[in-house]
Design a protein around this ligand. Structure first.
Ligand SMILES: NC(=O)c1ccc[n+]([C@@H]2O[C@H](COP(=O)([O-])OP(=O)(O)OC[C@H]3O[C@@H](n4cnc5c(N)ncnc54)[C@H](OP(=O)(O)O)[C@@H]3O)[C@@H](O)[C@H]2O)c1
Length: 490
């Protein structure tokens, strides 16, 4: 497979390029996965030379790469990195960019193959794609041209549709890579293996044996300096529409016919299509919103969301969401999927917890409930699988206690899991879109989210309603308590 290409990073001076993209490119070279015929052209507004830019990137790679920088590897990469100062809103900027790209294609023998990476604020996606089109730079050059669109892909169904219509005029669906970096995480890719390569799991993976599923993605940090972005997004658009629904579709999908891109995406989209719509009075019954308040600790005060930089002091943006979701198909009818995500929680963690139904207690202690089996798939920062089952407590007394098997993937010596962006950039270059969202996945996810957002307009909670460092508002606990369940914070 020929991976030769030029990667054009719009937003080359930004946070994403420095912390994730450039270190990922370095790591790919370190792993000998980068093609020999390769160049990066970073685009930004700030005035700087390619030499100056390389110097900055060197420091970023030292700070953020998972490998210690090897000078030989860096020197090889350095000579392939270029910086262009240009304002991507200016029409004429694309004329000089095109000439530069042609020149670099000749120099590095990249055969006209290009990856355009949109590492810019979402409001610019459409304008850049449009200008690439007008200057015959996307789909009109020799070789292939692919576009990588960062999240968020729209802010509701209609804006996502509008953006998609613009993109398809320039790039075919197979050349459009809507990135959801969660899909590049090792344990997400492992979900399918766990489910479909283990006899002990797949036969039990349905409403006969599973009581419910909890998906949690929590952060300890607040919005940091991303207040202006977050004000327009909130936890629902930032996390649920993309990452959380992707996790849910992988956990709930039917086995695909084979492992090719479209077979897997076809099964994922069926789950999103089968989500029971939450609308009208069901919105109050099945959803909870939260916003963190300030917190007074020994070492000073942590600001509440409304006190963060570039946040309205009367903001009603949610920093926490909990949902109760049902999937209307034969496998999952009646099984609630509880999902929650929030900022300023007690720990940083993303995990999926599968609670099995409790065994009928016929033989042991008829007066006492046996504990259910619990399977936890840990996505980040720990990667692994935890399983809880019942065993006899050692000793002469007949007691049953829950015991654990705990497999920690990234605790093992010698395991240095690739960063999600490494895997994803590599897949773009080799033309594998399996770990990217297809348009209909995005579409059905927005359909589901839109009706909740609509319902929320009628009921605005009194914010802030949870203290920083806690698991969210009390209503999130009540969401499960009314089903005689509770969140399992381990
Ligand atoms: N940062 C993350 O960890 C992260 C994670 C997931 C998704 N994302 C997504 O990735 C995208 C980029 O995020 P970011 O955090 O990297 O943003 P950022 O730090 O604000 O960077 C924005 C970039 O856009 C450039 N830019 C803005 N206007 C320009 C113009 N008119 N002409 C040329 N360049 C222009 C800036 O160039 P100058 O600085 O030179 O002006 C800068 O390089 C966003 O869509 C975000 O949602 C980011």
């Amino acid at each position: 497979m020929d991976l030769s290409c030029t990667m054009i990073i719009f937003g080359g001076t930004g946070d994403l390029a420095h912390r994730k993209l450039m270190p990922a490119i370095y790591n790919l070279l370190h792993e000998k996965l980068l093609p020999e015929n390769f160049a990066v052209v970073a685009v930004g507004r700030k005035e700087k030379t390619s030499e100056g830019y390389r110097e900055e990137i060197y420091h970023s790679i030292r700070e953020f790469s998972r490998f210690k920088v090897d000078e030989g590897t860096w020197n090889h990469l350095k000579d392939r990195i270029y910086y262009r100062t240009l304002d991507f809103l200016q029409e004429e900027a694309y004329i000089s960019l095109e000439a530069f790209l042609r020149d670099k294609a000749d120099q590095y023998h990249t055969k006209g193959n290009r990856v355009y990476y949109m590492a810019v604020a979402p409001e610019y996606f459409e304008g850049i794609v449009d200008k690439l089109h007008r200057h015959c730079m996307g789909g009109d050059v020799a070789g292939w041209q692919r576009v990588v669109i960062e999240k968020p892909f729209g802010r509701d169904l209609s804006s996502a549709k509008y953006l998609n219509d613009k993109i398809v005029q320039v790039f075919q669906e197979e050349n459009t890579y809507r990135i959801d970096h969660y899909l590049g995480k090792e344990m997400l890719q492992n979900i399918m293996v766990l489910r479909f390569a283990n006899m002990i799991f797949e036969p039990l993976w349905n409403n006969r044996f599973i009581d419910h599923i909890q998906i949690t993605s929590s952060e300890t940090v607040g919005v940091e300096n991303r207040g202006d972005y977050y004000e327009r997004s909130g936890a629902m658009r930032d996390m649920v529409q993309s990452h959380m629904l992707q996790l849910l579709s992988l956990i709930a999908m039917e086995p695909p016919n084979d492992l090719d891109t479209e077979s897997i995406r076809n099964e994922k989209v069926k789950v999103l299509k089968a989500l029971k719509k939450i609308e009208g009075k069901d919105v109050v019954e099945n959803t909870v919103r939260g916003q963190y308040g300030s917190y007074e600790a020994d070492n000073g005060k942590t600001p509440g969301y409304r006190e963060e930089v570039r946040v309205d002091h009367r903001s009603v943006t949610e920093t926490f969401v909990a949902l109760r979701i049902f999937i209307e198909n034969f496998r999952w009818a009646g099984v609630p999927f509880y999902i929650r995500t929030g900022k300023r929680m007690p720990e940083k963690s993303t995990e999926i917890l599968i609670q099995f139904k409790t065994m009928e207690n016929i033989l042991y202690f008829k007066d006492k409930q046996l504990q259910p089996n619990i399977l936890v798939i840990r996505i980040q920062p720990m990667e692994g699988v935890f399983f809880q089952f019942n065993a006899k407590e050692p000793g002469t007394r007949q007691r049953i206690i829950p015991v654990e098997m705990d497999f920690c993937q990234n605790c093992r010596v010698g395991i240095n899991s690739p960063e999600a962006y490494e895997r994803l950039l590599y897949d773009v270059m080799r033309g594998d879109a399996t770990l990217f969202a297809r348009w209909d996945e995005v579409e059905y996810a927005w359909k589901f989210i839109d009706s909740i957002l609509e319902g929320w307009k009628d009921h605005i909670p009194v914010f802030p309603n949870y203290e920083a460092g806690t698991w969210g508002p009390k209503e999130a606990d009540e969401l499960l308590e009314k089903d005689q369940r509770n969140w399992i914070n381990r």
